[in-house]
Ligand binder design. Structure first.
Ligand code: CDP
Ligand code: MG
Length: 708
């Protein structure tokens, strides 16, 4: 007993010592950041200007430090908060955790974060990191954003569709908050300079208005932060707003190109990782890949390769980072590398500017990025792997020169670089706008074409998306959100087509099944098929597969995992339970990270639909009922078999094929609904269920009567 006590004491002391030294290191690091030297100047500028644009090199301390400067300068007096929006969930979470540590508080207290499906804030939160989409949702309940004194729109150069919409919305809120609000609160429908806001039916929004009746809100300070150098567009949009530049530090980065075109950049990346490891001086490696699937496959291949190296060369750790990774695993990229070990970070483009990783000396850039594209003529949206722009390539190579001179290995010949587009086309010009339109309408912007966008989306895309919302029943004849369906859809934080599916399912007594379906459809690749165990993996997948298609197959996986957990729940602690689920996943060739993400999403959406009072029934073994419900929900995505075995998408007339990952790949039913359109060398549809064609005129009479 005594021995144990003694040991415990020693380790606490060690821990304390470690803590103190970590605190000291953090304080020193903060002082050394480029923004630290301009703190006073910056605060002065914020006092003088209601809108300020801050441009600074990635890693100069904008995201982590500026909110703290504002807090210290008294911007959170009267209980007001500073809101910082990020385009990416990963950035919101990791930065909030870092800033909480810098402030010496638990995350969720003074410093917190809120992202879709995860809210780590409390009434004492004063610095709140969140995704830009989440702030737009908050605006539905608090249209003046009255709890905020400052909103920082971070990473504005990324130009995600939510950032663009948010900027337009903030511009209006800012104008209204500068005026007295007394007059505007007299009517039931409140008008914010052209925005008609209807009272929500959940009481929350009404009380937020009441709270401020008769009180004047302070002006909303708006700070737009960007890593790229072109602040002009933002400045002009905000009536000539002042731009402030933070001088960053950048060491030279030597750029290397391949001699010839690289046909398989995954393999090229893998080879380059090991070349650097075996030939170059110490320093961590950052490789940019396009998505979770690709990262995981390279992660596995690299781990196998490490085992084959001589013992003395195995000092290489592989760390993935992408959006759907559980948040405690995301933080691993920031952990200092142990002495003598080299870290290889496999990242999506989140590591370009949103997340600054210390210690990087080598960058591998295959030159591709996965991004959304939308064809408004066909109404088809898909994720496509594109070449990066020059601006992205420069940002990526810049990551190697943050702490000293570095090297960047571009996986393409030099002449390719000069052929790249200068900058990336903003997302609003290449995505389906249904979600944006639904959100704007929920915020009271009925005529979307008149909204003050930073850059106009294509008219055709607006009309096509409007048409989709009308077909889904979200918009009534007067152009406003329909009651209750449109309002309900706007409240569920999912793609409109999935929100509608939940509502349809609640009416046909299979909401339990649909909840699982949309959660599983919201994550990437549930199954994984390692090359060396392909047959075994296929056999396991077969044990879950349903003859009806992928949707019921995904439900089988989810329910089997739940059954497994229920059986083990009584005998295991929470931690051991998680571990045994991971083991179960491995045995069944299920991607445990994806399944975990899907389970998180499930519990969050479940809460939403429960709050909305939708009845959570299950259709049990009645597959027919569920398949009919899928047809009623996804009637816009129907494909029919052609004599040659390919399929024709009914909406666009496009010829497509069933994706090889589908359980229906070989079965080829006559008529299917699908959820995803994937474009590689071929046009594929994915996540498919067979349906009876005759159901369509019965379940979606308006659309299918129109079509025939
Ligand atoms: O926003 P900006 O790119 O200007 O920089 P930042 O994100 O505020 O990062 C400032 C510094 O904090 C960088 O050196 C990061 O490496 C470090 N940081 C960290 O060590 N851990 C985090 N979770 C976030 C940032
Ligand atoms: Mg930043």
């Amino acid at each position: 007993m005594e021995r144990q006590g003694l040991n415990a004491k020693v380790s606490t002391n060690d821990c304390k010592g470690e803590n103190i030294s970590r605190k000291r290191k953090i304080a020193e690091h903060r002082k050394s950041l480029p923004v630290a030297s301009v703190e006073n100047l910056l605060i002065q500028e914020v006092h003088r200007n209601n809108t300020l644009i801050i441009v600074g090199e990635t890693g100069s301390g904008k995201t982590t430090q500026i909110p703290q400067f504002l807090f210290n300068a008294g911007f959170c007096r009267d209980g007001k908060a500073i809101g910082v929006t990020q385009p990416r969930r990963v950035a919101a979470v990791t930065v909030a955790k870092r800033v909480a540590e810098e402030c010496g508080v638990e995350v969720g207290q003074k410093v917190g974060y809120s992202i879709r499906f995860e809210d780590v804030t409390s009434s004492s939160t004063r610095i709140k990191y969140m995704t830009d989409g989440l702030l737009l949702r908050e605006a539905l309940l608090d249209p003046y954003l009255s709890r905020y004194s400052v909103i920082i729109v971070d990473e504005a150069h990324e130009r995600t569709v939510n950032t663009d919409v948010l900027l337009g919305f903030l511009k209006k809120v800012q104008k209204t908050r500068s005026r007295s609000l007394n007059d505007s609160f007299n009517t039931r429908n409140t008008n914010i300079s052209g925005l008609v806001l209807e009272n929500g039916n959940n009481g929350k929004y009404v009380s937020s208005l009441r709270q401020h009746r008769g009180r004047k809100l302070p002006p909303l300070k708006l700070i737009i932060m960007s890593a790229s150098l072109d602040a002009r567009l933002f400045s002009e949009y905000f009536g000539g707003a002042r731009a402030f530049r933070v001088q960053g530090r950048q060491y030279p980065v030597a750029i290397f190109y391949t001699r010839k075109h690289v046909s398989d950049y995954s393999e090229g990346t893998l080879i380059t990782i090991f070349q650097i490891h075996l030939e170059e001086s110490p320093g961590d490696i950052l490789a940019f890949l396009t998505g979770q699937e690709e990262i995981e496959s390279i992660e596995n291949l690299a781990k196998d390769k490490i085992q084959k190296l001589p013992e003395s060369k195995r000092n290489l750790v592989i760390i993935p980072i992408y959006s759907a990774l559980p948040s405690e695993q995301q933080l691993r990229v920031f952990a200092p590398t142990p002495p003598g070990v080299r870290k290889v970070i496999l990242a999506t483009n989140i590591a370009e500017t949103s997340v600054t990783i210390p210690g990087i000396k080598y960058v591998i850039d295959p030159g591709f990025v996965k991004a959304r594209t939308y064809d408004p003529n066909k109404g088809m949206e898909s994720l496509i792997v594109f070449p990066t722009s020059k601006a992205q390539a420069l940002q990526r190579s810049g990551r190697a020169g943050r702490e000293g001179p570095g090297k960047c290995f571009r996986q393409y010949p030099e002449d390719m670089f000069y052929k790249l587009e200068d900058s990336t086309k903003p997302e609003i010009k290449r995505c389906n706008l249904s979600n944006v339109i639904l959100q704007l309408k929920a915020l009271g912007v009925d005529n979307v074409t008149e909204f003050d966008f930073l850059e106009e989306p294509p008219r055709q895309a607006i009309f096509k998306s409007l048409e989709q919302l009308i077909l889904l029943g979200a918009i009534a004849n007067d152009g406003k959100l329909s009651d209750p369906v449109g309002h309900q859809m706007a409240r569920i934080p999912l793609d409109p087509i999935y929100s509608k599916a939940l509502i349809v399912a609640s009416q046909s007594n299979c909401l339990e099944e649909m909840l699982i379906t949309v959660s599983m459809l919201s994550v990437e690749s549930i199954f994984y098929h390692p090359r060396e165990k392909l047959e075994e993996a296929r056999a396991k997948m077969k044990s879950f597969s349903s003859p009806e298609g992928d949707h019921l197959t995904l439900i089988n996986v989810y329910q089997s995992a739940e059954e497994f957990l229920n059986k083990k729940k009584l005998e295991l602690s929470k931690e051991k339970l998680e571990k045994s689920l991971r083991k179960w996943c491995k045995e069944n060739f299920i991607n445990s990270r994806s399944l975990r993400h899907a389970r998180d999403i499930h519990s969050q959406i479940r809460r939403h639909v429960e709050q909305m009072g939708l009845p959570l029934h299950s259709c049990g073994d009645d597959m027919l009922q569920f398949c009919r419900c899928l047809a009623a929900s996804f009637f816009l995505n129907v494909a029919t078999k052609q004599p040659d075995g390919t399929y024709r998408d009914c909406a666009s007339g496009e010829m497509v094929q069933i994706h090889p990952s589908s359980v229906l790949f070989r079965k080829k039913p006559d008529c299917v609904i699908f959820n995803e359109f994937v474009q590689t060398n071929h046009k594929y549809i994915r996540n498919i269920t067979r349906i009876d064609r005759l159901w369509l005129s019965e379940l979606a009479p308006n659309y299918y009567a129109l079509k025939s």
